[in-house]
Design a protein around this ligand. Structure first.
Ligand code: GAP
Length: 504
């Protein structure tokens, strides 16, 4: 029987969302290409993310920076020395594995953050052999995940493909501060590609070697930030959180903002957890029970973080809660590293003080989020298969069909399609039965379909069908654009549009 992962990947390939890159030549491990629907879904996710997160502050901006960075900058950030995973190679077949993954496969417990000595000891004690050929595993060693690049005709200038978009922001912080409003907090966001030479790319879009990140770096004055935010207005709000050992269970506990602050988390940090949770529950419509923050302890968290919670969404195709983002308190780790290595003062004036800003990073993997939407949305019930995407993210938002390919119906439907097309992702289809046309749209997540029928020819009304309920109402063709806009923006509900009509 096909697994949930296979089902979602099969939909994805069949309908044009994403698939392994270079599959003409057998694929290219860790690299994926997006088809027309996937590219549209991804772009809409990026636009929604950008609007939501830039909207969090009046001094927040989008920037764009290079994807290749010189070694000196990544030495300063700590990536040359610390951006490593633990590599274990089979002495017989020479296949390489991540040490923590080998251990997790046996113990079913998180093993991230172990040292090479600890990995070797566990492999020995648990008698772990090569998963591929059962050969003996060699000693583990740290493996730097960055892709080196030789820049210049002789490749003489050492550089790397950026392992995170964030570094471009840190390198440009002072310039932006001076070009903009010269005040903190200042937010700089990037949506762009990052590259990691993952030892074992797996689970499709989950662990890729080239992927998209959407990151907002908030530069702030650590002496005042918490007091400038409206933390009191969210104190009663409940967050879904797994702390410490709780994250090993597939659940989360509801904790109020006030409780988390009382337990020692910085107020500014918890406040931003609320904003991230709202993005997932309200904008992406992730069911509450499938969302949580999972705390990383000192051994697990990234080398630059002081406080680190993963943002996780429970996905059946990936076996439960999986990281799709993170809330990272990076302190002044990056700015002080770059100031020291470059010899430039990166502090900024705040009233009568000089401040080296601290950074709160809200970081997300776009591909992982797109996959999560496919996983959460895909439903097969009997012979009906439906992709329940949030309407505003659907690659096609409205399908337009003539009921029959005669009596002037195609002309009327095409005219409506042409009217809607500039403002909406619309799709015109007159092939096959009306049921088959609805089914094709359901499977790619199209939230609304419009059918031109005999009644349309008389009074100009059309049938508007909602994907999730399959309910249908009659609305004037001339009001279609306004109604669709209201539905997509959440200003109106489908069931409030009028009395349902019987289905054809
Ligand atoms: N700037 C901070 C940073 O890069 P990270 O936790 O390493 O932090 C941020 O990455 C997000 O990028 C992750 O939460 C995940 O969604 C995404 N990501 C990281 N590695 C990935 C990979 N190999 N494939 C796909 N997405 C990845």
């Amino acid at each position: 029987m096909a697994s949930r992962y296979d089902d979602v990947m099969s939909l994805s390939v069949r309908r044009g969302f994403l698939w392994p890159a270079v599959d003409l030549y057998g694929g290219f491990s860790g690299f994926y290409d997006y088809g027309h629907l996937g590219a549209r879904l991804k772009r809409k996710w990026e636009d929604l993310w950008t609007a939501h997160f830039l909207g969090l502050g009046d001094n927040y901006y989008l920037i764009d920076t290079t994807t290749i960075l010189p070694e000196v900058s990544l030495k300063a950030s700590g990536h040359v020395d610390h951006f490593t995973d633990i590599l274990v190679t089979c002495t017989k077949c020479k296949e390489s594995f991540r040490g923590d993954h080998l251990i997790e496969a046996v113990t079913h417990e998180e093993a991230e953050g172990l040292t090479t000595a600890e990995v070797d000891a566990k492999i020995r004690d648990l008698k772990i052999r090569c998963p591929k050929c059962k050969g003996e595993l060699g000693p583990s060693r740290p493996f730097n995940m960055m892709f080196p690049v030789g820049v210049g005709p002789l490749g003489q200038d050492r550089a790397y493909l950026r392992p995170e978009t964030a570094q471009g922001v840190f390198l440009n912080f002072k310039r932006e501060f001076e070009a903009l409003r010269r005040r903190l907090p200042m937010g700089l966001a990037i949506v762009g590609r990052a590259y990691r030479n993952e030892i074992s790319p797996r689970q499709g879009a989950y662990r890729m070697r080239e992927f998209l990140q959407a990151e907002l770096q908030i530069f702030f004055d650590p002496a005042t930030f918490g007091t400038t935010l409206p933390v009191d207005s969210v104190k009663g709000e409940s967050l879904r959180v797994a702390r410490g050992a709780e994250k090993h269970a597939p659940t989360a506990n509801e904790r109020t903002v006030a409780d988390l602050i009382r337990d020692g988390l910085p107020a500014f940090y918890v406040y931003h957890m609320v904003l991230v949770q709202r993005f997932y529950l309200d904008r992406l419509r992730v069911p509450r029970e499938r969302f949580r923050f999972a705390e990383l302890d000192e051994r697990e968290r990234a080398f630059y973080n002081k406080v680190h919670f993963d943002v996780q969404v429970a996905q059946d195709s990936l076996g439960g809660f999986k990281e799709v983002g993170g809330v990272h308190y990076r302190t002044d780790h990056d700015l002080s590293g770059h100031a020291l290595a470059s010899g430039k003062d990166l502090s900024v004036p705040v009233a009568d003080r000089k401040v080296l800003p601290h950074v709160l990073e809200l970081s997300f993997g776009v591909d992982r989020n797109v996959w999560a939407l496919l996983d959460l949305g895909y439903e097969v019930a009997g012979d009906r298969s439906v992709l329940h995407l949030p309407p505003s993210l659907a690659p096609v938002v409205v399908g337009l069909f003539p009921l029959l390919s005669k009596q002037g119906m195609p002309e009327r439907a095409e005219a409506l399609y042409r009217d809607l097309r500039p403002g909406f992702d619309a799709f015109y289809d007159e092939t096959g039965s009306i049921g088959k046309r609805y089914a094709r749209m359901d499977e790619v997540g199209t939230p609304y379909c419009v059918t031109v029928d005999h009644t349309t020819l008389g009074d100009g009304t059309v049938t508007l069908r909602e994907r999730d309920t399959m309910g249908q109402v009659r609305v004037p063709g001339t009001s279609l654009a306004a109604i669709l806009r209201d539905l997509l923006d959440g200003r109106r509900e489908f069931r409030a549009l009028g009395s349902p009509v019987s289905r054809p």
